[in-house]
Every structure is written in C-alpha cells, then in structure tokens.
Write a protein that binds this ligand. Sequence first.
Ligand code: ZN
Ligand code: ZN
Length: 225
Amino acid sequence: MSPSATEKSQAKSSGHKSEDVDGSHNEWKFRAPYKVHTNEDGFNALYEASCHCGRVKYQLSREKPLDAKYCHCTTCQVLHGAPFQWAAIFKKEDINFTHGHHELGWYESGEKTTRHKLPCKVSCVYCRTPIMDEGRNMILLFPGMIKWKSEAERKKFAPSCHMFYEQRVVDIPDGLPKWSGMSGKSDLIGDSQAEDVKKRKREIEEENGENAEKDEKKSKSSKKG
Ligand SMILES: [Zn+2]
Ligand SMILES: [Zn+2]
C-alpha cells in the first residue's frame, strides 16, 4: 500500500527531504513494521522495548509471540557475537517503532548490503544493539531488549526449540526439541525428548511416502505424454 498524501506531507513538514519520501523505493518506510502507530489507530501497547542507548524504542501489541526459538547457527554466532541467539516471531503489524525507520540500520547477509533488502538484520545505528531479523512476512525480534514487568511476561517468550543445534558451541540440556538444522525440516538430536524424535521420524516417513506417491504420479503422467 502506498503512503497517503497526508503521510508524505507530514514526513516532509517534519524535516524530511522529498528524495527520502517520494517514489516507490521509499514506500517501505511507511509500511509495517516501520509504520508509526498513533493513539487513534487502536494500537494496544502491551510491551515496551529499548536498545542499549535508548534511540530505538518499540512497543508490541501481541501478548505472546507466534513462536520463539534459539538459533545456534554460525551466522548468528558471528552477527550476534554470542554462542546462540534468541528470537521471538511476530507479525509486522504487531510492532510500533516509536521513531519509525529512523535510528535503524540494515544488513542483508546474501549481498552483504546495508540497503533495506529483505530478509535482513536490523540494528540500532548508534549503539548497534541487534533489534530483529526482518523477513518477507514476519519479524524475528531479539527479546533481550524488552522491559519485562514480571517473570510471567518473560515466560511467554520462552523458546519452543533449538535450531541449527549441530553448529552449537555449548550444550543446553533443557529437554526441548533440538533440530540439527532448520526447525521442523531436519533431524532431532541431542537430548530432544524421545517422543519428539519418534514423532519426527513418523513425519519424515509420511513425507517420504507422499513424495514417493507424487513421483509415481509424475512418472505415470510423463509416460502418458
Ligand atoms: Zn541504540
Ligand atoms: Zn542462526
């Protein structure tokens, strides 16, 4: 959706140059997750978050993430300077950056560009706190910067699994499912619960069965042609 004339003129009257506002290449600045919500549009702020220096602030309107995970991949190890990373998945409409896209910097690891190109990593331009991964449809927030009002709140963001556990630098024997690679698309390893492992094996067998069926259909139809 293109920004309205009012949105554009507001941006210009608050000191933005037309080259940073006009044109389709600037439209993303006015869309979720960077669209600034006002009291009038009914955004219900349940959580407040701030980067280390305080330049980047956001609010969340959803009580619980759609899912939360720990990622042990080597890319996260490098980009986060940490043994693993904790991410909570939200819809782009669930977040309100109080300064919109301002004070934010982007990094797309494929092209190694700092242009806003999806999927990318988003951080504070000043203190470099990692803020989120912005995907094409979802955002993966790093919840460390949320100001919890209670232990119960933080528990709502508890991860459901570990992924890329094969690349780990530390064992986390917490009994959660541990995927060797992408969650749901690789093997369960480490101290994953026996039931989880069995369930995953059944799923793989079923998937293989379905693929075999598809292959059979394909080979039949190709024989016809
Ligand atoms: Zn900062
Ligand atoms: Zn990762």
